[in-house]
Every structure is written in structure tokens, then in C-alpha cells.
Ligand binder design. Structure first.
Ligand SMILES: C[S@@+](CC[C@H](N)C(=O)[O-])C[C@H]1O[C@@H](n2cnc3c(N)ncnc32)[C@H](O)[C@@H]1O
Length: 398
């Protein structure tokens, strides 16, 4: 999926800049770029947001969207990042959603990502009025129809009524109900309530930062949901308790190359941040009553680590229906049928044959076959229908 939405994202840059300049009532500057003074100003806001949202976490749950400087920084830096993350995740949906509700929308990156991915009716909901005002201004700038609503689950301000093909929650769950394990149950209860508004066949997409703490809390929420009987559409194929929670030092996140806009690159530099790749943790949940996908006939693993290449061998951590384990192959075993193993990316789903249990993982050799079943950012194709035993299923006249 990486990059397929690059042109769409590029079209948003002048809109984001125009809306930001309009909001701060200083409109001079080139359409598609920030002036050096503007980059400096936004960079300072991004530095503050980054510290408060990803390091000391003092801004998590605070009303930073109501501070014009921070909202501006969000719009020009985090908005494109969230938009790209959403486009990556939406690529894994089993079907194209028509009606979408974006909860905790802020100025709407996920809402607009859904519109660009083909949704027809999108509602953005947040507790921040200034953020929703910017979302509406962006919609006007783009000539898109976007409904907005105020929503705050901690104040029992209910989401809009009705049912949706897709509900998205981008980087909001980690800001609700505290910062530690006490947040897990209320977050799961909220997801359950939200899932009641997802139509059959639809999905709830939760995006979260790729930090260890926030990712692990998301995995704990995942386990609560699995325990309650909900199926995960992506990224998990393992149906039990998340194996990444066993060791305190582990967590699970996605990482993708992305078409980073130049303005984001400039702001990152001004803020002293490194933002080469797109990192996120995410969960795609199915509504109640929908089971996990039919297991495929092959032995599947999703690559959940970077390449852990060592001397003369390639190694990854894989996670699949059997759980999470190391997958390793020595360079000398490379053949035409398994060489894909040496070029995998985090998020790819592969099928493997002929493995041998070794240590806490599996060793592949020159008899093993490795195939990519789904590249990172694409959904795993459904299992082919099992052929009926010969003679069965042949109705009259067939
Ligand atoms: C990090 S921003 C995410 C914005 C956007 N969804 C994205 O992914 O870029 C978190 C959003 O959650 C909203 N939020 C935080 N606490 C909230 C609450 N109690 N009720 C409603 N929205 C809340 C904030 O106003 C903010 O817009």
C-alpha cells in the first residue's frame, strides 16, 4: 500500500496551509510551502506536542486542541502522519466502507482519509470545538461534505446515533480513562459500546501511537475484547491472549515507508524529530457475532519485527495462528522457492512449509517454501472454499 495515496496526501498540503493561515489571520506565503519563519513557529509547537504526547505524556487527555498554537502544529505535522497511517490501515479492510464515523477526530485526518478511500458519508466527532471548526474549514477547502458532532465519552456525551460501515478512533483511546492498567477495562467497555454501532461486515479501526506503553495497553484492551468474544480482523491471526504481552519488553507495532510530504520533513527538522518511517499500533475489530476469518490451509505468520539479520542468516519474529515465534533461515539454504524470506518487511503475511522447531522458534531450510500471502498494508485474502468431497454438492441438473 505504501505510497499509493501519495498524490492524495500531497493535495491536502496547500489546504492544510491555507486553513492554518486563515485561522491565525496571517495569510501571506507560498501556497504549497511554509516560509522559514512559519516552519520555525510550527516546529516549536510540534516540539511541545511531541514532548507532551509521546514523552512525558503530560498533554495526553489535556485540551491541547483548544490552544491555537498547538492545534496549528497538529494540523501541519501530525495531521499528514495520521492521514497516512489511516490510508495504510484502510488498505486492509475487507470491503470499502460507505458510511464512516470518526471518533476523537481532531481536525479530521482519518475522516478525510476515509473520504479519499471512497467513503460517501463521513461524520467527525470530537470534544474540541476548535478542532471541529478546522475540520469543517478543510472540508470547505477541499469541496467535500463532512458532518461534525461534539462527542466526549468521559462526559457521557454520546456519539451520533445510527450504524456505520466503519468507525475509526485515531490516537484517542490512549488519552481516555488514565494512563495505566486502570484504563484497560473502561477502554474495552467503550470499544464494545462503539462496536454496537458497526454494521454487520463493518469494522472498528483503532490507531494508537507505537510507543511501548500505549501499544501494550492497546494489546491489553485487545485481550479484553477477544475474551468478550470479539474477532480481530487485523493485524492479529492468533486467537488467544496476545503473546507480545508475555515479556514486559515486547510490544507490537506496524512500520511502513511512506510518501512524507516536504513540509512535514521541514517541520520535523525544525522540531528536532526523526520521522523517516510511519510507525503505529492498530487494531481492526469486527462487530459482535462475527467470527474470526476461516483459517487458511497454509501455515501463516505475520512478520512483527524488523529484520534481525545475523552472520550468515536472516531472522524475523513472526506471529500467526500458532502464536509468536522466531523464524530463521541460513543464507546457505537460500533457494528460488524461499528467497522471499530474505526480503520481508514488518507487516507482510507469509506462508511457510517444511520448518523445524529450533530453540523458541522455527528454522527454515532449503526444502522450505516461503510465499507472501499479503504485503504489509493489504488484507489477508479469505481462505479458498474447501472443495466438497467428489459427488457431493452436485445438485440436479448440474
Ligand atoms: C491525538 S488527537 C487525534 C486526532 C486524530 N484522530 C488523529 O488521529 O490525528 C486526540 C484527539 O482526541 C480528542 N479527545 C481527547 N480526549 C477526549 C475526550 N474525552 N472526548 C472526546 N475527544 C477527546 C482530542 O480532542 C483530540 O482531538
Amino acid at each position: 500500500m505504501s505510497g499509493a495515496y501519495g498524490k492524495d496526501l500531497e493535495r491536502w498540503i496547500p489546504r492544510l496551509i491555507a486553513v492554518w493561515r486563515e485561522a491565525r489571520k496571517r495569510g501571506d506565503g507560498p501556497e504549497t510551502r511554509l516560509t522559514p519563519q512559519e516552519v520555525k513557529e510550527v516546529g516549536a509547537g510540534v516540539k511541545q506536542l511531541s514532548l507532551g504526547l509521546t514523552r512525558d505524556r503530560k498533554l495526553a487527555g489535556a485540551k491541547y486542541m483548544d490552544d491555537p498554537k498547538l492545534l496549528g502544529a497538529y494540523l501541519l505535522f501530525y495531521w499528514p502522519v495520521s492521514y497516512a497511517q489511516a490510508r495504510e490501515a484502510l488498505g486492509e479492510l475487507p470491503n470499502r466502507p460507505r458510511t464512516v464515523l470518526d471518533l476523537g477526530s481532531g481536525p479530521g485526518p482519518l475522516a478525510f482519509a476515509a473520504l479519499d478511500a471512497g467513503a460517501a458519508e463521513v461524520t467527525a466527532a470530537d470534544r474540541s470545538k476548535p478542532a471541529l471548526t478546522l475540520a469543517r474549514a478543510l472540508a470547505a477547502e477541499a469541496g467535500e461534505a463532512l458532518a461534525t458532532r461534539e462527542w466526549d465519552p468521559t462526559r457521557k456525551a454520546a456519539p451520533p446515533e445510527g450504524k456505520y460501515d466503519l468507525i475509526t478512533m485515531g490516537h484517542v483511546l490512549n488519552e481516555l480513562y488514565g494512563a495505566g492498567d486502570e484504563a484497560v477495562k473502561p477502554r474495552a467497555a467503550l470499544l464494545e459500546q462503539v462496536l454496537a454501532q458497526v454494521k454487520p461486515g463493518g469494522s472498528l479501526l483503532v490507531l494508537e501511537p507505537a510507543l511501548r506503553e500505549t501499544s501494550r495497553l492497546l494489546l491489553k484492551v485487545r485481550d479484553e475484547m477477544v475474551e468478550k468474544g470479539y474477532a480481530i480482523r487485523a493485524p492479529c491471526m492468533y486467537r488467544g491472549a496476545c503473546p507480545a504481552l508475555v515479556k514486559e519488553s515486547d510490544w507490537c507495532h506496524a512500520e511502513r515507508d511512506w510518501p512524507m510530504p516536504k513540509v512535514v520533513e521541514e517541520i520535523a527538522r525544525a522540531a528536532g524529530l526523526h520521522k523517516e518511517s510511519l510507525k503505529m499500533s492498530y487494531l481492526m475489530l469486527a462487530p459482535k457475532g462475527e467470527g474470526w476469518p476461516e483459517p487458511r490451509p497454509e501455515r501463516l505468520f505475520r512478520i512483527v519485527s524488523e529484520s534481525l539479520e545475523g552472520k550468515g542468516r536472516q531472522r524475523f519474529i513472526g506471529c500467526g495462528p500458532e502464536g509468536r515465534m522466531g523464524l530463521a533461515m541460513q543464507e546457505k539454504h537460500r533457494t528460488e522457492k524461499n528467497e522471499r524470506f530474505f526480503k520481508l518487511h514488518r507487516g507482510d503475511v507469509i506462508s511457510v512449509t517444511n520448518t523445524e522447531a529450533k530453540g523458541d522458534g522455527l528454522a527454515l531450510d532449503d526444502t522450505s517454501e516461503v510465499k507472501v500471502v499479503a504485503y504489509a498494508g493489504k488484507g489477508v485474502p479469505p481462505a479458498p472454499p474447501t472443495p466438497l468431497p467428489s459427488g457431493e454438492g452436485k445438485g440436479e441438473g448440474s
